[in-house]
Design a protein around this ligand. Structure first.
Ligand code: EAX
Length: 351
């Protein structure tokens, strides 16, 4: 090989190595905002599916607003599908600050804030409209502030997981007696466990991301969730029977680590608050769409759907009213319980 070829060869290898080092190094560099300041990273975790589900759609709407409004000063990355662990782990990460935000249902929250179970009491809400009125009103705001002060976890807004219904693989459930002895998965939430127990079932608390395989392997007979998740998590593939009893109207909460939030500049806080309002609107709208489409899908899949008559529903209410004492008075506290029940009655009475 001529001397020139050899020189060019060495030059090529040097340039190629430099390019590789620069390229690798580039991957580690934090993205810099328009003005070169360090980008504020927000990890936003949740347990719903990454696709075809209302929660991720809402989180993407939040991300879009916050990143655009702060001109790239803030970067939001969503972690759906329990990628950062189950809801209990997400809540722990939120408290430690290793996760900045999470969108959770009441599931694991009673472990740090038992008062949240006021919204897990059986058949508390009769209508979605009343739920929105109470959650977005003074009582809902007061409960979020109570939680922030006690736990260091700030609830920005309430969203909607939805009315929860029972599914199972064994039989039609139209009376509490039909629940007798069925192993029903519940969230790791004492109120939900108490409801299943009061109905005669055997509550089996389990993380959300383990439910599908447990249903498939028949280590549990049934579970309870809103229509949207029964469909998007494909629970119906192993559940022949659905009873539309709506035993709990389950809110979602868009949560942020309060210490992280307090350290943000006013303009970033404003963008996050605006984004949270957008998240709530999109999440509720998308959930309503998903329920409608989901019911059609369940019917087409041959699920046996039982709608309870008013008398049948009354029997479920009667069978579970003891939960207002064991959980309501003892865990939530009588004062808050009475305040919420009064607010619900007022909201339900409005036409
Ligand atoms: O995020 O665990 C459950 O059954 C819940 O619906 C879950 O919190 C969804």
């Amino acid at each position: 090989m001529s001397k020139i070829m050899k020189t060019y060869g060495i030059l090529f290898v040097i340039l190629l190595s430099l390019a590789l080092v620069a390229g690798c190094g580039g991957g580690d560099k934090k993205p810099s905002a328009a003005n070169g300041a360090k980008v504020i990273e927000i990890k936003l975790a949740h347990s719903s599916p990454a696709v075809n589900d209302r929660l991720e759609l809402a989180c993407q709407a939040f991300k879009k607003h916050v990143e655009e409004k702060t001109k790239g000063k803030v970067k939001v990355t969503t972690y759906p599908n329990s990628q950062l662990g189950g809801e209990r782990e997400q809540l722990e990460g939120l408290q430690m600050g290793t996760i900045q935000m999470a969108a959770l249902s009441s599931g694991p929250l009673p472990g740090i804030f038992p008062q949240i179970m006021v919204f897990d009491l059986p058949y508390l809400f009769g209508t979605q409209k009343a739920a929105y009125t109470v959650l977005d009103g003074p009582v809902g705001k007061e409960i979020l502030e109570l939680m922030r002060a006690k736990t260091g976890v700030r609830g920005l807004v309430w969203g909607e997981n939805g009315f929860r219904h029972f599914t199972n693989s064994v039989r039609t459930i139209s009376t509490p007696a039909d629940m007798q002895g069925l192993k029903i998965r519940t969230m790791e939430n004492p109120a939900h466990m108490a409801i299943v127990k009061a109905l005669g079932g055997s509550p089996t608390p389990m993380a959300f991301n383990e439910v599908y395989s447990a249903l498939q392997q028949k280590t549990i007979d049934g579970q309870e969730n809103p229509i949207s998740l029964i469909v998007s998590m494909r629970f119906y593939e192993a559940q022949k029977y659905l009873t539309l009893d709506g035993h709990v109207y389950n809110p979602y909460l868009l949560l942020i680590n309060d210490k992280f939030y307090s350290g943000l500049s006013d303009d970033v806080k404003k963008a996050i608050e605006e984004g949270a309002a957008i998240w709530r609107k999109v999440e509720r709208e998308e959930n309503n769409k998903q329920i409608k489409a989901g019911m059609d899908k369940l019917k087409a899949a041959g699920v046996v759907i039982t709608e309870l008559t008013p008398d049948q529903l009354k029997a479920f209410r009667e069978a579970t009213k003891s939960v207002y004492d064991t959980i309501g008075k003892k865990e939530v506290g009588e004062q808050l319980l009475n305040k919420v029940v009064k607010a619900v009655q007022e909201a339900e009475s409005k036409k």
